[in-house]
Design a protein around this ligand. Structure first.
Ligand SMILES: Cc1cc2nc3c(=O)[nH]c(=O)nc-3n(C[C@H](O)[C@H](O)[C@H](O)COP(=O)(O)OP(=O)(O)OC[C@H]3O[C@@H](n4cnc5c(N)ncnc54)[C@H](O)[C@@H]3O)c2cc1C
Length: 328
């Protein structure tokens, strides 16, 4: 088995993404455990000090494709450039992508180009004897399954939030920067991004210690405002299920779950939320979960620490009062 590890470095206007930093930390540890090296793959245009940042955060080599045709992410051009670079290096070992929208889009395409094997959405990537194993939660997150690839020299994994703790940059540590030639054919550039709007990040639910989330059960904008009042009194952030976002009571950046944000606050209060698996995956690692629901058999009660069976219109004002008295 080859012991080298490669990491795809995703970045945005704020620099390398958090999940990329986690993948780098995991990649560094896997390479060290196996006596291999860690390489980063960086694509984009006007990349500034990103190569140096990757070096200071553990990459031994940073392969850089800096070209204005790569300024905007496009699956076809990015797959072509990554595929060619890895083929030229006869890359073997492990290739980690962040399990982001971009990473989960690219990883299977790159895998196909290189006739490699791929495991998506791993919660862990570990060394297991002579090989690597990607671990995924299966069967409604009830079972942890390990997947090993035996038939290919390169194993591709996408890693989810929590795969490792990002490490701080090391002063004086530098990786070797290696430019990648960008050879693109007309057929690689069939799509063009004409306009790009970056949504303003106004909230950071991931940092919130208390989150109060409202679901379809709140039933109206007025009741949603009541839940917002509870969030304010509790010093927390308001969040929502997809049903509440679809109803127009909250914006998409407040949606918790599979297609929203994953959070791990100290306290998560779910109000009028049934507990569908797509919601649960975004909040199940909260330290304390309190659920308020009229239905004593609501699925959310199966994984809540405190279960309040009742109508939110009666329960929430009482909680607001209790909180006010408690903090007075
Ligand atoms: C591909 C895909 C991705 C998805 N991604 C997400 C995601 O990221 N996040 C997400 O949340 N969902 C997601 N969903 C949707 C998900 O499957 C559920 O439909 C959604 O989570 C339901 O939201 P809810 O619990 O608010 O509504 P419901 O399931 O309708 O539940 C409402 C609950 O409120 C209770 N209730 C009603 N009245 C009251 C009252 N007066 N007081 C107290 N309780 C009351 C009811 O008993 C019920 O349990 C996704 C679905 C798919 C297919």
């Amino acid at each position: 088995m080859t012991n080298d590890v490669w990491v795809y470095a995703e970045h945005d206007a704020d620099g390398l993404t958090d999940l990329t930093l986690q993948c780098l930390a995991r990649g560094r540890s896997l390479a060290d455990q196996q006596g291999g090296s860690l390489s980063a793959l960086l694509l984009g245009s006007a990349l500034g000090d990103l190569p140096a940042t990757l070096g200071s955060r553990g990459a031994d080599r940073v392969f850089v494709a800096d070209d204005e045709r790569l300024a905007q992410y496009s699956p076809m051009t990015y797959t072509r450039v990554i595929g060619s670079a890895l083929k030229e290096q006869a890359a073997a070992g492990a290739l980690l992508f962040p399990a982001s929208t971009q990473g989960n889009d690219l990883a299977p395409a790159v895998t196909q180009t290189l006739s490699a094997s791929c495991v998506l959405d791993c919660t862990a990537v570990d060394v297991d004897g002579e090989t690597l194993v990607g671990k995924r939660l299966e069967y409604d997150r009830k079972a942890l399954a390990g997947y090993k690839a035996t038939g290919s020299a390169l194993q591709v994994f996408t890693a989810q939030d929590g795969v490792a703790e990002a490490v701080s940059p090391e002063t004086g540590r530098a990786g070797e920067t290696i430019p990648v030639a960008v050879v693109l054919h007309e057929s690689d550039c069939v799509s063009k991004v004409l306009k790009r709007e970056i949504a303003q990040k106004t909230i950071n639910l991931k940092e919130a210690r208390v989150i109060v989330a409202a679901g379809a059960g709140v039933g109206s904008k007025e009741n949603f405002a009541l839940v917002e009042e509870l969030a304010a009194v509790a010093g927390g952030e308001i969040a929502a299920s997809r049903a509440a976002v679809d109803a127009g009571w909250a914006t998409l950046d407040r949606q918790i779950g599979q297609t929203g944000v994953t959070v791990r606050p100290d306290l998560y209060i779910a109000v009028g939320i049934s507990g569908a698996v797509q919601h649960r995956v975004g909040m199940m690692d909260s330290k304390r979960i309190v659920a308020i629901n009229v239905d004593a058999n609501a699925p959310i009660f199966r994984f809540s620490h405190y279960c309040i069976v009742g109508d939110l219109v009666e329960v929430v004002p009482k909680l607001i009062k209790l909180w006010q008295n408690y903090t007075r």
